[in-house]
Design a protein around this ligand. Structure first.
Ligand code: FAD
Length: 515
């Protein structure tokens, strides 16, 4: 029996890919080494464009517990422990969704099961080989060793990816071995918290704004009051003596004293755990040499990792890797496009991963100790008064500054970009663009006054959803969206002319093998 796609790893990115493949009609098998979900506390939330991406699949509502669409941060954010004044921007690209990673995995697991995905827990990928047509995956399981044969194998098996190593793909990058990050959920004196701003008013030091890491000459300190959880308190220090002692709240308190120069009494966290209490020494920022080897692909941490100072881009990138690869694999498996379509996975996602390397390294440099860094920060603080600098850095941290090459003329500014959400009136009633993309199918949106686009175009088969609608605000007159919601073609003409129609046909052929 031959499986279309085997996914190594049932973490967030493997599960997201499984959902995307299922939506596209492919039934993957997920192999997850752990017999039970991990209780390890990792991400505290999602940051960046991925928040709006999840809305495009109806998952934002499940994660936020609210039917409200995602709203961007329009107050402030941070870059290298400096404030980004987002109120300067007309349209902030920075979205944040404070949901612990365990919950994200749980929601994706539930969704994958709903979609009929087969998830084999306690099954570990231990070997692989491939020929021109198939990948053979060696699996160790409680019931004994077995082999699976698949058209494609995707390694979503994390930073230490067996898939990457077994494929002989290198993982070059930088290790920050001088850095120690200590974090804990803890209580702080209640009367130190400013009810108006949420800031922690530290006697003898001053106000520390919530979620905005604070740098001193001796290290970094941050205070993050996560909704529904005890605050997460963290420090970053350099050149600390190594220790094998278990981490404790007293150790964090000592570290805060060194960093801020004053004492911050910490109490054990309230509420149900598991709670964070960790010391991380070192960190890696690495990107795989290649994101694929013939029939084997890498997504998420298997393809790229970022040190803790990088602003938490892991899930933003990884979940969007999954969304990028899912529809392409499904299209090729269905025979809708030649395997060369899969080459665009690496081209597009490497660009996004490399931008995050710039983000991570720049932020690490800006929080490092030293007088030179202090001078650099003074200059940066001046630059951050300019709207265009804030816009650029907001786009960088949100991962919203990547434009894919769509292969044709970039006549419209939206081509190659993630489509913005928009409110539309359709014959069936009002709808947001995000709600039209829940099926993960290609979408041709005809917003011309007389639905002229759909009158002129005859599509073969039913692989593209066509929707005619009127926008509530100014918008392009027509858009072709790939299932990952990137704009493959767009027009601003009231009635797209012959040349534009030819570009549209070329885009349909290129991405979906149609016409
Ligand atoms: C302390 C910490 C804090 C973080 N904070 C943030 C944050 O705030 N924001 C953010 O976006 N990111 C954060 N990250 C990064 C984020 O957790 C990762 O980017 C994310 O977990 C990557 O997901 P993944 O599915 O690619 O890999 P993983 O989550 O590592 O999942 C891989 C899965 O594969 C399984 N597996 C491994 N080997 C095999 C095998 N051979 N066969 C079968 N299964 C296998 C593993 O058991 C695991 O379940 C943090 C990470 C850490 C460690």
């Amino acid at each position: 029996m031959i499986t279309d796609v085997v996914i190594a790893g049932g973490g967030p990115n493997g599960l997201m890919l499984a959902c995307e493949l299922s939506l596209a009609g492919v039934r993957p098998v997920v192999l997850e080494r752990l017999p039970e979900p991990s209780r390890e506390a990792k991400a505290n939330g999602l940051l960046g464009q991925v928040v709006t991406m999840l809305d495009r699949r109806g998952l934002h509502e499940r994660l936020s517990g609210s039917p409200e669409p995602p709203r961007p941060n329009s107050a402030y954010f941070m870059f290298g422990a400096m404030g980004l004044d987002l109120s300067l921007l007309e349209d902030s690209p920075v979205h944040a969704l404070p949901v612990p990673q365990r919950r994200i995995v749980q929601v994706l697991h539930e969704r994958a099961v709903e979609l009929g995905v087969e998830i084999r827990r306690g099954h570990e990928v231990v070997g692989l080989s491939q020929d021109d047509d198939l990948v053979t995956v060696d699996v160790a399981s409680p019931g004994g060793a077995y082999q699976l044969r698949a058209r494609y194998l995707v390694g979503a098996d994390g930073a230490h990816s067996a898939t990457r190593k077994l494929s002989g793909i290198g993982f070059p990058g930088v290790t920050y071995d001088r850095m120690t990050v200590r974090s804990a959920h803890a209580t702080v004196p209640a009367d130190w918290v400013d009810p108006a701003t949420g800031a922690l008013d530290v006697p003898g030091h001053g106000a520390v704004l919530p979620f905005l890491p604070h740098r001193t000459e001796r290290g970094g300190f941050s205070y993050a009051p996560m909704p529904g959880h005890p605050p997460l308190v963290s420090t970053t220090e350099w050149d600390q003596a190594e220790t094998a002692a278990p981490m404790s709240l007293d150790e964090l308190r000592e570290s805060i004293r060194r960093v801020l120069g004053v004492d911050v009494p910490l109490g054990p966290p309230d509420g149900e755990g598991p709670h964070v209490l960790r010391r991380l020494t070192g960190g890696n920022t690495r990107v795989a040499e290649r994101f694929s080897d013939r029939r084997v692909f890498l997504i998420g941490d298997a393809a790229h990792v970022y040190a803790a100072t990088g602003g938490g881009p892991g899930l933003n990138l990884g979940l969007q890797d999954a969304v990028n690869l899912g529809w392409k694999l499904a299209t090729v498996l269905r025979g809708g496009a030649p395997p060369a379509l899969l080459d665009s996975y690496e081209t597009e996602r490497r660009r996004a991963a490399d931008r995050m390397v710039v983000n991570a390294r720049a932020q690490a440099a800006l929080i490092a100790p030293g007088d030179d860094v202090t001078g650099l920060r003074e200059l940066f603080t001046e630059l951050l008064r300019d709207r265009s600098t804030v816009q650029r850095l907001a786009g960088l941290v949100a991962g919203a500054d990547v434009r894919y090459d769509m292969g044709g003329p970039e006549a419209h500014p939206l081509v190659g970009r993630f489509a913005p959400d928009m409110e539309l009136d359709t014959p069936a009633g009002p709808v947001r663009l995000a709600e039209l993309t829940r099926t993960a199918r290609p979408l041709l949106l005809d917003l011309t006054e007389e639905a002229s686009l759909t009158q002129e175009l005859t599509l073969r088969g039913d692989h593209v959803d066509t929707v005619t609608a009127r926008p509530r605000a100014s918008a392009p007159t027509a858009l072709l969206l790939r299932p990952d919601c990137y704009v493959a073609w767009a027009s601003a003409s009231p009635r797209p002319d012959a040349a534009e129609m030819e570009e549209l046909r070329a885009a349909l052929r290129r991405w979906f093998g149609l016409i």
